[in-house]
Design a protein around this ligand. Structure first.
Ligand SMILES: Nc1nc2c(ncn2[C@@H]2O[C@H](COP(=O)(O)OP(=O)(O)O)[C@@H](O)[C@H]2O)c(=O)[nH]1
Ligand SMILES: [Mg+2]
Ligand SMILES: [Zn+2]
Length: 311
């Protein structure tokens, strides 16, 4: 983060605080008291994302503001890059993470669990949406499982309804992000909620039904019901950036709930004796699918060596 002193020179013009509502490479758009201004980044190390509060300064004769600093983040949704490097931050200062699933493309429940884990670790309230209910109702066991975890589960359709049922109530007053597989209908939901958004809506590609990656820039919209909504690019894989393998269990509420009863305080719930988590799986009180997701993410986190010091 650049020092604040930099933008106090009188010749540099006035400085203000703004909210990043679009970010793409080194450029984006700031919301300053309801008005939108293009910005550019000063300095290589600044990487503002949607949801960031930033300081920006005007330059004489230019419409484009220069972002000179980022206010420390409350949290960030970050994922491991495909090749080793810095985590890829999707958005910052979120209060709700909404995972969008649909019958097409077929839901990837491990991906769902990874987003739920990220939300828990960020201190965000997760929620799950089953979109395209016009094609197929939600699988009963999925709805039950999500609700048992204590998260809202909503079945709806972005098609044919101006305000998809129940969604405004879920988003009101929050800074939310819609995440999930490409083609699940995130941009369509944004368009239904924010008629002026014009978010790219991709056609599902080919017979495989895998989504095309239409949304590349990350955009954030002000909701008429109150709050902000981020439309992120869909992903095929997501490994949340986590500071240690031990944190994975903290992100799985059901695993965490049993872990206090494990014989060893540092139990990883894989092959340790006296593990209450494995006992709960055997007894049927902890879902096998959730436990498999936990083990799989623990392995992925260990494999990528995803160790990032706490912010
Ligand atoms: N039948 C149906 N199709 C939908 C619905 N929502 C989105 N779609 C379609 O699914 C495809 C992918 O939608 P899009 O919003 O681009 O998905 P994103 O990749 O998650 O942003 C598009 O062809 C949409 O028209 C829905 O509720 N019902
Ligand atoms: Mg999209
Ligand atoms: Zn254990």
């Amino acid at each position: 983060m650049r020092a604040a002193g930099r933008h106090q020179s009188p010749t540099d013009g006035r400085t203000s605080d703004g909210l990043v509502v679009a970010a793409h490479g080194r450029r984006g758009i700031l919301d300053l008291s309801g008005r939108r201004h293009p910005f550019q980044i000063q300095g290589r190390r600044l990487r503002p994302v949607c949801g960031d509060l930033v300081s920006a300064e005007a330059r004489p004769g230019s419409e484009t503001l220069i972002v000179t600093g980022i206010v420390p983040r409350r949290n960030q949704l970050a994922r491991e890059p495909e090749r080793p490097g810095h985590p890829d931050v999707l958005a910052a200062n979120l209060t709700r993470i909404v995972v969008v699933c649909a019958p097409r493309p077929p839901p990837d429940l491990m991906l769902l669990d990874r987003y739920l884990c990220a939300a828990e670790l960020m201190g965000c309230e997760p929620a799950v949406i089953w979109n395209k209910s016009d094609l197929e109702p939600p699988p009963r066991d999925l709805a039950d499982e999500v609700r048992r975890l204590g998260y809202p589960f909503l079945a709806l359709s972005a098609r044919g309804s101006a305000q998809p049922d129940g969604l405004p109530a879920l988003l009101r007053g929050h800074t939310s992000i819609l995440v999930g597989q490409s083609g699940a209908g995130k941009s369509s939901l944004v368009n239904a909620l924010v008629p002026t958004a014009g978010a790219d809506v991709g056609d599902l590609s080919g017979r495989s039904g895998t989504g095309t990656h239409t949304t590349t820039a990350v955009l954030m919209y002000r909701l008429t019901c109150g709050g902000w909504l981020v439309d992120a690019p869909g992903v095929r894989s997501f490994v949340p950036a986590i500071d240690s393998g031990a944190r994975v269990a903290d992100g799985f509420v059901d695993v965490r709930g049993q872990a206090q009863s494990c014989r060893f305080a540092d139990c990883r719930h894989v092959e340790e004796p006296g593990c209450a988590v494995k006992a709960a799986v055997a007894a049927g009180t902890l879902g096998r699918r959730r436990y498999a997701s936990y083990c799989e993410l623990l392995a992925a986190t260990t494999r990528t060596g995803a160790v990032h010091p706490a912010r």
